[in-house]
Design a protein around this ligand. Structure first.
Ligand code: ATP
Length: 280
């Protein structure tokens, strides 16, 4: 397997010892509803953090703040120790922080190879396209078998693989992977996780939001659990142990999330219309 160096361009003034990404006391709201309160987490270079919690706990909201898709109403976001709160997503991407594409963002009328070529030509130049294609088909052999097939005729799981291949061939410094395995067959989920493992091994940090808790825990160094928009556990994956079921109502003994317990994931209405107050 060819080693792939993550794309890297730390911001000016970056510190060598700072976490790659840090959220410090962030709050977020959707209109009058507060979704997350006073959440802090940090991701060291090269490490994997699993963000867990039951439905509606605020995981996607935190993932969106981390990737610049959502500006926190309070608190700060740092990359390499530099305050990047509120900067645009494309600028965060340039610093090496990328949100994995959700769903099946592919061009249906183009073939698998044409879809990949479009992206790789931009990222690696015309001369780098072939090596990038080889790497994509090495990571996802099934895509290689279907390279001349229109993307629109691929199965849902294959389309997700195609979306992923576009990110994983030239991995960022930090990949924010939000529910990558949603709706995929178990065999495809295994393949996605093998790929995440490979890009972790090549130096990419990961923030994983995942329904398949056991998959996320197998890869994670650090676990952050959200309960009703607040951090209820932050520690090494090895320390979570039996806490998983207690901390995350709705997690079955096999690690899968099931229906949330009553009251979990309910948004707290703002008592005074402001989004910047801790929960009552
Ligand atoms: P799930 O596991 O079900 O995807 P989650 O932990 O990712 O949930 P979020 O998607 O972050 O949770 O949502 C946190 C809360 O904010 C939820 O109660 C959700 O209903 C609410 N919410 C999310 N997006 C919006 C929005 N665009 N407008 C209003 N409320 C929203």
């Amino acid at each position: 397997m060819t080693a792939v160096e993550p794309k890297s361009s730390p911001p000016r003034g970056a510190s060598d010892t700072a976490p790659l990404l840090e959220l410090r006391n962030v709050y977020a709201a959707y209109g009058p509803f507060r979704a997350v309160f006073d959440v802090s987490l940090s991701i060291a270079p090269g490490s994997v953090v699993a963000l867990l919690g039951s439905n509606g706990a605020g995981k996607t909201t935190i993932a969106r703040i981390a990737s610049g898709l959502l500006k926190p109403t309070r608190g700060q976001v740092f990359v390499d120790g530099v305050d990047v709160t509120g900067i645009r997503t494309f600028r965060l991407t340039r610093l090496g922080v990328t949100h994995a594409p959700e769903g099946r963002s592919v061009f249906a009328s183009l073939t698998v190879e044409e879809n990949l070529t479009l992206v790789f030509r931009q990222e690696a130049g015309r001369k780098g396209v072939q090596a990038s294609l080889d790497r994509a088909f090495e990571l996802f052999p099934r895509l290689g078998e279907r390279r001349n097939q229109n993307a629109g005729s691929l199965s849902g799981g294959e389309q997700r693989m195609l979306s992923l291949a576009r990110v994983m061939v030239h991995p960022p410094r930090l990949l924010i992977a939000d529910e990558l395995s949603l709706g995929l067959a178990p065999i495809v989920v295994d393949e996605v996780y093998r790929t995440l493992e490979k890009i972790r091994d090549s130096g990419t940090s990961l923030l994983i939001v995942e329904q398949h808790v056991h998959h996320a825990l197998a890869l994670a160094d650090q676990v952050v659990v959200l309960t009703k928009g607040q951090v209820s556990f932050d520690g090494p994956a090895d320390d979570l142990g039996d806490l998983a079921a207690r901390l995350m109502p709705g997690v079955a003994s096999d690690g899968q999330l099931v229906e949330p317990a009553a009251g979990v994931g309910i948004l707290t209405p703002e008592p005074n219309g402001s989004a910047d107050h801790p929960p009552t």
